[in-house]
Write a protein that binds this ligand. Structure first.
Ligand SMILES: Cc1cc2nc3c(=O)[nH]c(=O)nc-3n(C[C@H](O)[C@H](O)[C@H](O)COP(=O)(O)O)c2cc1C
Length: 220
């Protein structure tokens, strides 16, 4: 015959059960709280991301140059060879009084020292560079990372350049006979960027009318 459970062991079982319930309820409430906080903060995160993006775009294309919603006036175009990605590349368009004034192309320099380097290339309507910025890279700190505006002003050497200034032979680092400085002890990184920016300018020349006149792509 089974022995009767003692009062002590019954109380222990009840305690374990209620502790289990408490744990489950706390976990459930915690998850619910996280979902609510996350849901409430989404719009603020979006606004914040938009402001950061706009600030970066405005370092390339000053706000005084355009009067459209540059963040949302975008188009997606694909060109593995000239834009460096097999995916669509996002292009921002700046207009004043509905006339195109500038574009910012998101491009990839695929052959950085440590992998692909993501760049923004801003050009005015005529195709002269307004500015270039590195947005993502994994180049070596103290060597290749001087391409970042926060680490050096090398990236500013593209300002005012175009397909005719310099001519194609000049679109190389000095080590290769071109016009652009390499970085001390680091030629591979700047070489990759110079080549890619040059290709972006060629893409712009070939596709300028598509860039400005096809319907905007909704990114929201
Ligand atoms: C650990 C390590 C990290 C390096 N990182 C970079 C880099 O981020 N970018 C770069 O161009 N070269 C980098 N280099 C140097 C290249 O190997 C290569 O020597 C250099 O780019 C050639 O430039 P130079 O002819 O001016 O020396 C690195 C070298 C070592 C050993």
């Amino acid at each position: 015959m089974e022995p009767e459970p003692s009062m002590k062991s019954l109380r222990l079982n009840n305690n374990i059960l209620s502790a289990g319930w408490m744990l489950a309820i706390t976990a459930l409430l915690g998850t619910a709280l996280m979902v609510v906080v996350n849901w409430h903060s989404q719009p603020y995160i979006k606004v914040n991301e938009r402001q950061v993006l706009l600030k970066t775009l405005n370092t390339l294309i000053p706000a005084s140059m355009y009067d459209n919603d540059i963040v949302n006036d975008t188009v997606l175009l694909q060109d593995m060879d000239l834009l460096g990605s097999e995916n669509d590349s996002l292009i921002y368009r700046a207009r004043k009084n509905n006339n195109p004034v500038a574009a910012v192309m998101t491009i990839i320099a695929p052959d950085g020292y440590t992998g692909p380097i993501a760049l923004l290339v801003g050009v005015n309507y005529a195709g002269t560079i307004q500015g270039v910025r590195v947005v993502k890279h994994r180049e070596t700190p103290g060597l290749g990372d001087a391409i970042d505006i926060e680490r050096g002003d090398w990236i500013l050497s593209f300002n005012g350049k175009s397909l005719s200034n310099p001519q194609a032979t000049g679109w190389k680092v000095k080590r290769d006979g071109g016009e652009f400085d390499q970085l001390t002890g680091a030629t591979i990184t700047p070489r990759a960027i110079v080549q890619s920016v040059h290709k972006a300018l060629r893409f712009y020349r070939q596709h300028r009318s598509e860039i400005f006149y096809i319907e905007p792509t909704t990114t929201e």
